[in-house]
Design a protein. Structure first.
Ligand SMILES: [Zn+2]
Ligand SMILES: [Zn+2]
Length: 341
């Protein structure tokens, strides 16, 4: 029986899930960001200004969904120089447009750039004491856990820019997702396309999704380079966030994936013209289909082996740019064929 990893029905909507505006340290207004992204074919932008959850429902219309979010950062508490300190960043996107209460709020600390002036627009639970951020496995996990409990989609951002290693991020629990590519940092020269970090997370047992996002600020080179294709029944806030929570998306810097399913022991991928399509498995085995003299790869079926841990797909275009799927663990879909039992 065919099992779709990305649903067969619905429409793909192009999304930038990490973005800054002049409400914090970005260079453009929320309205300008909407206009710029819509001109490039995007239907969804998550507004994740630093430290302030702002209501952007006024930007939503029949052709555009503005997701409300914020980015929370926790600096390593040490005497190192500024540029040597680790600095954990997490994006939180409200699953419900009416959820405008910012978790982990501190009344006076942690505000930078224009967030200093715009924090007056933030709502928070006034019965709670000021939330003190702690840079440790427990401290970051606590932020992720509180965000998730309060109805947010929680993404772990740009490990390379943050100077974090596996010793750090393998200890963070309760994220939904991580950035496999933070395009803003990548375009500024950071090694921030890191599917190895995603594999490390998966191999350590975390069942998390991956996205690509721009994290655009002021420079135009940080715009429009890494996006997430969300498949949803409709272009409305809840349909989009439901698809996020359910992992009904893939991400890309170029190639398109139109079909991804499992049937009779194989994973099938249909895609735009590819130089290579790769299946990663979580063990020391890869399956690769390469373009040849007959032309590009547009459709491939990879056999799944019973000892694979999970499968995830990379589609590589002729320009070297890639699309990446989420990981799917064998115990959620695999039916061994008789010969493999
Ligand atoms: Zn950040
Ligand atoms: Zn950011």
């Amino acid at each position: 029986m065919r099992k779709y990893f990305i649903t067969d029905n619905g429409t793909f909507y192009k999304a930038n899930l990490h973005c800054h505006t002049d409400l914090s340290d970005g260079g453009f207004s929320p309205e300008d960001v909407k206009k710029m992204y819509m001109e490039k074919g995007y239907s969804v932008v998550a507004y994740t200004d630093h430290d302030i959850l702002i209501d952007h429902r006024n930007l939503c219309d029949e052709n555009f969904v503005a997701l409300n979010g914020f980015e929370i950062e926790t600096k390593e508490d040490c005497d190192k120089p500024k540029y040597e300190k680790k600095d954990n960043h997490i994006c939180m996107i409200a699953l419900d447009p009416d959820n405008l209460i910012q978790p982990c709020w501190h009344r006076t600390e942690y505000f930078g750039a224009n967030a200093v002036f715009n924090k007056v627009f933030v709502k928070y639970d006034e019965s709670l004491p000021d939330y003190v951020r702690v840079y440790s496995h427990e401290g970051i996990t606590d932020i992720m856990t509180k965000g998730r409990e309060k109805g947010f989609f929680v993404t772990y951002n740009h490990p390379t820019w943050s100077l974090e290693t596996a010793l750090d991020y393998l200890g963070y629990n309760n994220m939904h997702c991580m950035e496999i590519c933070n395009y803003g940092a990548y375009s500024e020269g950071f090694c921030e396309y890191d599917d190895r970090a995603y594999d490390e997370m998966l191999r350590s047992g975390k069942r998390i999704y991956c996205i690509m996002a721009d994290d655009n600020h002021t420079k135009l080179n940080t715009f429009f380079g890494g996006w997430t294709m969300i498949k949803a029944d409709n272009l409305d806030y809840k349909s989009i966030t439901n698809s996020l929570v359910n992992g009904n998306f893939y991400c890309s810097m170029g190639p398109e994936i139109t079909d991804l399913y499992y049937e009779d022991g194989r994973v099938y991928v249909r895609c735009s013209d590819a130089r290579r399509v790769i299946m990663h498995t979580g063990v020391r085995r890869h399956a690769v289909k390469r373009a040849d003299e007959n032309g590009p790869v547009n459709f491939v079926g990879f056999k799944v082996m019973p000892y694979d841990k999970y499968i995830r797909i990379t589609v590589e275009g002729y320009d070297g740019l890639c699309a990446e799927t989420n990981a799917y663990f064998l115990d959620e879909f695999y039916e061994p064929e008789e010969e493999d039992k």
